[in-house]
Design a binder for this molecule. Structure first.
Ligand code: ADP
Length: 462
């Protein structure tokens, strides 16, 4: 290789990236790779052979049947696909294998680059008790409660709950996806809640380890995006508010989180960066917090790219996926914390193929498609007219993202963008999103994580 092309001697050089994912994120990652001059390998299951990003990839191959366990989660098939196509790196996207420590290790053992953190970081953050301990050490504020597993002894457990103060929440150390947790309102219900959660944790996550913390009653969900290279440099790229959730699933996200004074968020962002340095984290990641009464409480770290990364891209002007790939190439960060700014306001709406009333997934062929365009509007999607929305996977079919100078202007822009969006042939949650962007309380901002569910309940009753 000519001198100058690879300025760092230990740079893990790769010129082809296999994208081990599907849907909008597969298309998004492919775009970032192309813009960086990298070749791409798209993979699919038998149900996704028509995927448009397959046609635009340099190589497209099927790795297994529709069942994700046998395709998108099939580590061997994906590693073989990488070998066959000469890919030097694997980007896992989000979901599927993105937070699987064994896969990160297997990719590296195969002599390839995993575009994400190493297995050690994924495991450390996947165990919520270990993660909490690491965060406390780095000075990141956590929810009150011990950073150790709950003992079996009934008396000790009662004492811990009394010290925290009711209501408390029992959580599985290995939990995820909003499962493996139980709220306890009063002492009489404590032991039963613990044994039920322990049983569930054993079954679902293969570990009976539990921990206990204070249950916060009206928090907002606020998260901090970080970006780290392999040379000890780390920055945070601002914050997002993801409080609009249904069944712990995010529906609308925005950046920045409204109403948070800079002097309140600043030390939290810096503590996240410090935590990354201490654990030797590399690539992109998100620290999730509950925010209540002016205080931040860490709940977990996601060691991957997130669905809602575009709102931060819009306000920071930084292409997070490109930055993630460059970090995986061993390149030093080309920005410092002082270079990171937050310009204007951004919203993202997740458009799901689902019935807007029953929320049941809606599969079928897209017969009609109108997508909005214009200043400050971005659509991340993989669908087109004739596309068959498959019943096998997540119902996310598009992300509608807007950016404007102020939150109020971004609301107006999103209303217009939603009006200008039409998906025919299948049901979507578009009517619901349109109504939410007309809601006055939502327009004021700073709603808590229960707001959307309450709003839906009131709508149904009306
Ligand atoms: P998972 O990994 O399953 O997503 P999290 O720890 O991120 O679990 O918690 C998921 C959701 O559960 C949070 O977004 C919040 O709504 C609720 N939750 C978790 N911990 C608490 C707590 N201490 N107090 C109140 N709500 C909580």
């Amino acid at each position: 290789m000519a001198e100058g092309l690879n300025p760092i001697s230990d740079t893990p050089g790769f010129d082809t990236v296999l994208i081990a994912n599907r849907g909008e994120i597969a298309a998004r990652i492919q775009r970032a790779c192309r813009e960086l001059g990298l070749k791409t390998v798209a993979i699919c299951s038998e149900a996704d052979r028509q995927a448009p990003y397959g046609q635009t990839a340099d190589t497209f191959l099927c790795v297994g049947p529709a069942n994700a366990a046998k395709s998108y989660l099939n580590q061997n098939a994906i590693l073989i696909a990488a070998r066959l196509t000469g890919a030097g790196a694997i980007h896992p996207g989000y979901g599927f294998l993105s937070e699987n420590a064994a896969f990160s290790q297997a990719v590296e053992d195969a002599g390839l680059v995993f575009i994400g953190p190493d297995a050690r970081s994924i495991s450390a953050m996947g165990d919520k008790i270990a993660a909490k301990r690491a965060m406390i050490e780095a000075g990141v504020p956590c929810v009150p409660g011990p950073d150790t597993a709950l003992p079996e002894d009934a008396g000790t457990v009662e004492r811990i709950a009394n010290e925290i103060g009711y209501p408390v929440i029992i959580k599985a150390a290995g939990g995820g996806g909003g499962r493996g947790m139980r709220v306890v309102q009063e002492p009489a219900l404590l032991h039963e809640a613990i044994s039920l959660t322990r049983e569930e944790a054993k079954q679902a996550f293969g570990s009976a380890a539990l921990y206990m913390e204070k249950f916060l009653q009206h928090p907002r969900h606020i998260e901090i995006q970080v970006l780290c290279d392999t040379h000890g440099n780390a920055v945070w790229l601002g914050h997002r508010d993801c409080s609009m959730q249904r069944r712990h699933q995010k529906v609308v996200e925005e950046a920045p989180a409204p109403g948070i004074p800079a002097d309140v968020i600043q030390p939290v962002g810096m503590a996240c960066v410090e935590a990354c340095r201490q654990i030797g984290y590399r690539g992109v990641g998100t620290f999730e917090f509950l925010f209540e009464d002016g205080k931040f409480y860490f709940i977990e770290m996601n060691t991957r790219l997130q669905v809602e990364h575009p709102v931060t891209e819009m306000t920071s002007g930084i292409d997070i996926v490109q930055a993630q790939i460059k970090a995986a190439q061993g390149k030093p960060l080309d920005l410092q914390q002082a270079d990171v700014t937050c310009d204007g306001h951004s919203f993202e709406c997740r458009i799901n193929a689902e019935d807007p009333d029953s929320f049941l997934p809606s599969a079928g062929v897209v017969t009609d498609l109108v997508l909005p365009e214009g200043e400050g509007i971005r659509v991340d999607t993989h669908i087109h007219v004739g596309y068959r929305v498959s019943p096998y996977y997540d119902s996310l079919i598009a992300k509608l993202i807007v950016h404007a100078p102020t939150r109020a202007e971004a609301m107006v822009r999103m209303r217009e963008a939603l009006e200008g969006t039409h998906v025919g042939g299948i049901s979507t949650n578009l009517p619901l999103l349109r109504a939410l962007f007309e809601d006055e309380a939502f327009a004021q901002g700073e709603r808590d994580i229960h707001y959307l569910e309450q709003w839906l309940k009131e709508r149904r009753a009306a």
